[in-house]
Design a protein around this ligand. Structure first.
Ligand code: ZN
Length: 849
């Protein structure tokens, strides 16, 4: 087969498929290297569809036979599918193909993981199972027969019949092929039931490998809470008799919302206090909710084409964040989400991979499951809700569900629902979907005769392929405080639509202190010349928890930048303000833990770059070390009190209250370790009876350079548990001294437990290196080299995971010429690999430009 030039797909080229699929019947005869798939599909020509040749997708399939209305035919096969002549009227298609799940290391289509069969079809994996119009706007009902020796045989929908060595499933809800799933294996279920609001009794199961059955209870509770929440908040009820979740060890992403049969990366569902941290529990709860919520936002209403991916992902991320805010703490969730948004999405928006929330072209759609589509996509929903108000939002959502149930919809459909429900014109809002890049919002202020005027200016820097940006509508939540700390204007939404726009507030006795962009009401970068006195004032007095946190963050960032640029000492007024927050027991411990967090190395690098400096990763790391040391010394009297006071007694629970207390105590432990060399951390490590406490102590010991004994002990204790050993790999690299990080990574890739075939383990190791920026960007280039070496090795096996991990290089243009040259060498080396996947080629091409 020749290397065809990879084709770029354009949104503007969309044409509907010429046939309707009435029903699909699939039979699977499972065998590791020779599974037979027999498909029977009823096609009807769609009246008035654009004229086109009959084409079915198909990749890596061995055709055995194809018939139309019972007559054997000889299609023309290509690398990507088949074409053949078909009747002008309805016809029955039948095909038999052979596939080899056991050798499918790409983990797309039907593959095997630890002896179990499973599938991943989103986005375009179904074409690796059989010939089919594998596009999301072709929806059909599926009936599936599975023949195999495995005790558990699962597919979508409801079970209809089963016997020894076979099972049949029928999914009454028409769906696109990307939602197809099949699982077969020796699995154990954790069963439960849920009664929906209209009284439907639903059987629930979490299916796991033997040995994991004690790690299902938390996920099951999360599922039931999600089902209830979607009824209460969105009026959405579950629509089948059964809902199955399966845990799979080898999985490229987090989880997948296949109709009635969600498949999860085992790291995103298995949970137990001994093996999972508080953050793991929170993430598992959110991902279970996310996949469940897709049943309506994704499955009942799906996407017309993959350019519309944010239609289901942005909305579903938004819904799962609402859920987490309701289950736990709304401010803590918001602050954590913004930290992630800035770390991942702003970084993407500022670099060569920037793309609109609704992209207009792609080579490989798997490369667009990004922070921009997901997290920025969710921010757009949040802004819409802010602009129209809560009641109108839920009214629009009701209209969306009634109008588009059963549809493969578009962003235009989505916005039209809001326009119809609210009478609002959303033409300008739509730019948020089509323009890439993060707007910079600069602020200037004036105060005369009791009138305060605030003027905003918006600018979005050019992004690849988009030089000129039009002004967007930006909801800016503002509150005003008077100098004694009382709020004189509660949160008010200012709606900015122009490049530059002023807003005035009259009748004020004194010049107010503004609290701008409360709750982070828009995904923008705010530039405001503020004094540190004012930031300290807001940190102490702002009634908006997000901006209270943000004020502390701005203080920390400003001090760090001055340390890096001018060699200043740590700012003691910042340390005083921070100490006051940490000492204040009326504040949520989780909030105080977040306040103790510092801007990331990556955040500081981007800030310096934006100020016209070339960031030095080593200097950034050093400044953070110096500031943490100074913080520890500044708080040396307070830390033991905080550490002791927030120890949790009694039975472990992964709830917001306990995890907030542990987060604060462990933040204190991190600082204490800088004073005692790890004595307290060693005590905590030895006494720990849950993973949160054990891992936090392990991290402290490693960061103190005192981790050898714990490293050996931790491995010995957990060598039987793959998810815990992932943490062991990661922690050693993340906590490594930057001079050692690349070497430690290389050593760990030689460990017998390292495996390229398991994406979790690969990410736990090579992904961890990028989480140690000073190590990854080490002047020697050793970090770049070890990552490139392994990406080159992984690409032939698993293009999807390789391509995603190339984004570690996406910030390279920020750095000095020497580092840029070192990175360019590695990127070029990757591009020079014969047979490089189109996934990885697209990513490296975009980065290298
Ligand atoms: Zn999703």
């Amino acid at each position: 087969m020749k290397d065809a030039a990879p084709q770029t797909i354009y949104l503007s080229d969309y044409t509907p498929f010429g046939w309707t699929v009435e029903s699909v019947h699939l039979t699977f005869r499972l065998a590791p290297t020779a599974t037979r798939v027999i498909s029977k599909i009823r096609f009807t020509p769609t009246p008035n569809a654009p004229k086109q040749a009959f084409f079915l997708h198909g990749e890596a399939l061995t055709p055995i036979r194809c018939t139309i209305d019972g007559q054997q035919i000889t299609p023309t096969f290509t690398d990507t599918g088949l074409t053949c002549d078909v009747p002008d009227t309805a016809f029955d298609w039948e095909a038999e193909v052979e596939i080899s799940p056991a050798t499918n290391t790409a983990l797309e289509g039907l593959y095997m993981s630890n002896g179990m069969y499973c599938t991943q079809c989103e986005a375009e994996g179904f074409r690796k199972i059989t010939f089919y119009p594998d596009r999301p706007d072709v929806m059909a009902t599926f009936t599936v027969r599975i023949e195999g020796a495995e005790p558990v045989l699962l597919s979508n929908g409801n079970p209809i019949a089963q016997g020894d060595g076979w099972a049949e499933w029928h999914d009454p809800w028409p769906k696109p092929a990307y939602l197809f799933a099949l699982v077969a294996g020796d699995l154990i279920n954790h069963p439960d039931r849920f009664t929906t609001q209209s009284g439907r009794d639903v059987e629930l199961n979490i299916w796991v490998r033997p040995g994991d059955q004690d790690k299902c209870a938390f996920g099951m509770e999360a599922l039931k809470k999600s089902m209830k929440w979607d009824e209460d908040v969105y009026g959405r009820e579950y629509d089948l008799d059964i809902f199955n979740i399966v845990a799979v060890d080898d999985f490229n992403m987090g989880a997948m919302e296949n109709k009635g049969l969600n498949v999860f990366n085992s790291s995103c569902v298995l949970a137990s206090p001994d093996t999972s941290t508080d953050l793991n529990f929170e993430r598992i709860e959110a991902i279970i909710a996310h996949e469940y919520f897709h049943n309506w936002t994704g499955n009942r209403i799906t996407c017309r084409d993959w350019f519309q991916l944010c239609l289901k992902e942005g909305l579903t991320v938004y819904r799962d964040s609402q859920f987490t805010a309701d289950m736990r703490s709304e401010p803590v969730k918001r602050i954590s989400d913004v930290i992630q948004l800035r770390a991942r999405q702003f970084r993407e928006d500022n670099g060569p991979l920037a793309h609109p929330v609704r992209p207009e072209s792609f080579v490989e759609i798997n490369n667009f499951y990004t922070a921009t589509v997901y997290e920025k996509g969710a921010e757009l929903i949040g802004m819409l809700k802010t602009l129209v108000g809560d009641d109108a939002y839920y009214k629009a959502l009701d209209l969306y569900f009634t109008r588009h149930d059963g549809d493969a919809a578009t962003i235009e459909d989505w916005l039209k629902v809001f326009e119809d429900a609210t009478g609002r014109d959303l033409t300008q809002f739509k730019r948020w979907y089509s323009q890439a890049g993060t707007p910079r919002l600069s602020v200037s202020e004036a105060f005369t005769d009791g009138t305060y005027t605030v003027t905003f200016r918006q600018d979005t820097p050019p992004t690849p392929g988009q030089d000129v940006k039009d002004p967007r509508v930006i909801p800016i939540a503002v509150g005003l405080l008077n100098p004694n700390g009382d709020e004189v204007l509660p949160t008010t939404i200012l709606e900015m639509t122009e490049v530059e726009q002023s807003f005035t507030f009259e009748g004020l006795a004194t010049r107010p202190v503004p609290s701008i962009l409360r709750g982070f009401s828009a995904p923008v970068i705010l530039h405001r010349d503020s004094t540190n006195e004012e930031r300290a004032f807001l940190l102490a007095h702002d009634t908006d928890p997000f901006n209270k946190w943000e004020a502390g963050r701005a203080l920390a960032r400003d001090g760090l930048i001055r340390m890096i640029r001018n060699g200043d000492a740590p700012d003691t007024s910042y340390l005083d303000s921070l100490t006051a927050v940490v000492r204040d027991d009326t504040l949520d411990p989780a909030f105080r833990a977040l306040a103790l967090g510092l801007p990331s190395q990556d955040d500081l690098a981007q800030t310096l770059f934006d100020m016209g400096n070339t960031p030095d990763p080593q200097a950034i790391w050093q400044a953070l070390e110096t500031l943490k040391q100074a913080t520890a010394q500044h708080m040396q009297d307070l830390l033991p009190r905080i550490y002791a006071q927030y120890q949790v007694d009694g039975e472990y629970a992964p709830d917001a209250a306990q995890s907030g207390a542990r987060a604060l105590a462990n933040a204190a432990l991190g600082l204490l370790t800088r004073l005692d060399g790890g004595a307290q951390a060693q005590k905590q490590y030895d006494a720990a009876d849950n993973m949160t406490q054990q891992l936090a102590a392990f991290a402290c010991l490693l960061s103190a350079g005192n981790g050898d004994a714990a490293t050996a002990d931790f491995y010995d204790q957990w060598k039987h548990d793959r998810l815990v050993i992932d943490k062991w790999f990661t922690m050693q690299i993340v906590q490594a001294d930057p001079d050692q990080a690349a070497a430690i990574t290389r050593t760990l890739t030689a460990h017998p437990d390292f495996s390229m075939k398991n994406p979790n383990r690969f990410r736990a190791t090579l992904g961890a290196l990028a989480m140690n920026p000073a190590g990854f960007h080490h002047a020697s280039g050793a970090g770049y080299a070890v990552l490139a070496d392994w990406l080159i090795q992984l690409d032939p096996l698993n293009p999807q995971t390789t391509a995603r991990m190339c984004s570690s290089f996406e910030t390279w243009k920020r750095y000095d010429p020497d580092r840029q040259a070192l990175i360019a060498t590695q990127l070029d080396r990757i591009l020079a690999q014969p047979g490089l996947s189109r996934d990885t080629r697209e990513m490296v091409d975009r980065i290298r430009k």
